[in-house]
Ligand binder design. Structure first.
Ligand SMILES: [Zn+2]
Length: 410
């Protein structure tokens, strides 16, 4: 059933989609005019829901709903307000408008809880403008790296200048760090960005962990030659070797429960129709919610990278680009969110998140929890991103029940 809060949340996602840097698609980078437009709307909604609103230096928008008495701990709720280029309407904003709806329900009922609530619209999660992710949440967690201020955008403007133009003081980002007393945790509602909930036929799911991730660059080196004159048995075709590897990666990942591995970029040199490929560069991305499983799978996959080309007399080199450990959600929050889902009359589905979220940065500050909302076809980072108003109503209901359960905790 769609109530007024869910209908309003859907309208708000539509309205925020009009705050874009480009007229024909949704693109809302960090500290942009489009973000200023989003802040005008969201600031009004936070204040309508009974919250005190402030902008911090990095450019997060923060609303505070006071506890029943001063000196009580705070629960942080939120998501990000920036987007990728050509984004959908829900990745990020949905979590902010659902959090506001949950607080507005309390405000409308003239209820205060034994803890304060701060709703945060994070300034930058996607890293579109400066290529560095989690700027907003890292500032709140106190892990912002001042060296990032020298990064420049596509037009040559530095991050420090962009922050100043948006109204913040780049030299005072340290002040954005949480310093207002005890925290109960950070909880985020987000679209699933995958097809699991849709396949299971449930509106929402409780995130168990944010998957760990390894990224590698691999180079296969054979020998280029004339496509018409070098006999097949004498070739050292780097692309044929790389192709065998790509299929081996898929095979290894398919054999592992919950394991995903992707070769998403492939460059062939010299890249001509009449030349045998002499060199291939490719990317490898491996993820799993359990670090031990990921590390083990990676060892097998990199082993295949060396076995496959050996018989083709092609050399291979693997270079590690990044390695992020899995982040388990706090068992206490997972259990309260699961209880809230059950109380709302839905089956409990727990699932890992394959994508990174602000929770990755927030985990160094406090416990994290996440609730995923089913999205159509599992599609995200795309204009056709879609969620049902009925599912948004469930998400608001679940967050409301979660707040009540948390209020009853000793
Ligand atoms: Zn997101």
């Amino acid at each position: 059933m769609i109530n007024q809060y869910a209908a309003e949340a859907m309208e708000r996602c539509e309205l925020l989609a009009s705050c874009s840097e480009e007229p024909d698609q949704l693109t809302r980078p960090f500290a942009s005019e489009a973000m200023r437009c989003a802040h005008e709307h969201v600031g009004r909604w936070l204040s309508d829901a009974g919250m005190n609103v402030r902008h911090d230096n990095i450019g997060n928008l923060r609303g505070r709903y006071e506890a029943v008495a001063p000196g009580r701990p705070t629960l942080l709720l939120g998501s990000h307000l920036d987007s990728v280029r050509g984004a959908g309407k829900y990745d990020g904003p949905l979590g902010v408008v659902v959090a506001i709806a949950a607080v507005k329900r309390l405000h409308d009922a003239k209820t205060r809880l034994p803890f304060g609530i701060e709703v945060i619209g994070f300034a930058d999660e996607e890293g579109l403008r400066f290529g560095s992710t989690y700027l907003g949440s890292r500032a709140v967690a106190g892990t912002f790296e001042p060296g990032d201020l020298d990064r420049t955008d596509a037009l040559g403007m530095s991050m420090a200048e962009a922050i100043r133009a948006f109204g913040g003081d780049p030299s005072r980002i340290g002040d954005d760090r949480w310093g207002e007393g005890d925290l109960l945790g950070y909880c985020e509602v987000h679209i699933e960005q995958g097809p699991v909930l849709e396949a299971r036929g449930v509106p929402v799911g409780v995130v168990s962990a944010i998957a760990g991730q390894s990224r590698y660059a691999l180079t296969f080196k054979g020998e280029a030659g004339h496509a018409g004159t070098v006999p097949m048995e004498q070739r050292r075709d780097a692309l044929a070797a790389a192709s065998e590897f790509v299929l081996a990666v898929e095979g290894e990942a398919r054999a592992g429960e919950g394991l995903v591995a992707t070769v998403g970029r492939l460059e062939v040199h010299p890249g001509a129709a009449n030349v045998i490929p002499g060199e291939v560069e490719l990317s490898l991305d491996v993820r799993h919610a359990d670090d031990a499983v990921r590390v083990d799978a990676l060892r097998r996959i990199l082993g295949r990278a060396h076995d496959v080309p050996a018989k083709r007399n092609v050399a291979v080199a693997a270079h590690r680009l990044s390695e992020n450990a899995a982040l388990p959600c706090a068992p206490r929050l997972v259990s309260l969110l699961s209880q809230a889902v059950q109380d709302a009359g839905h089956p409990i589905v727990q699932l890992p998140s394959g994508a990174g979220h602000d929770g990755v940065a927030m985990a160094s500050l406090t416990d994290i929890g996440m609730l995923f909302v089913r999205c159509k076809g599992g599609l995200s980072h795309h204009p056709a991103e879609s969620v049902a108003a009925e599912d948004v109503a469930v998400a608001i209901d679940v967050v409301g029940r979660f707040l009540e359960l948390l209020a009853k905790q000793p």
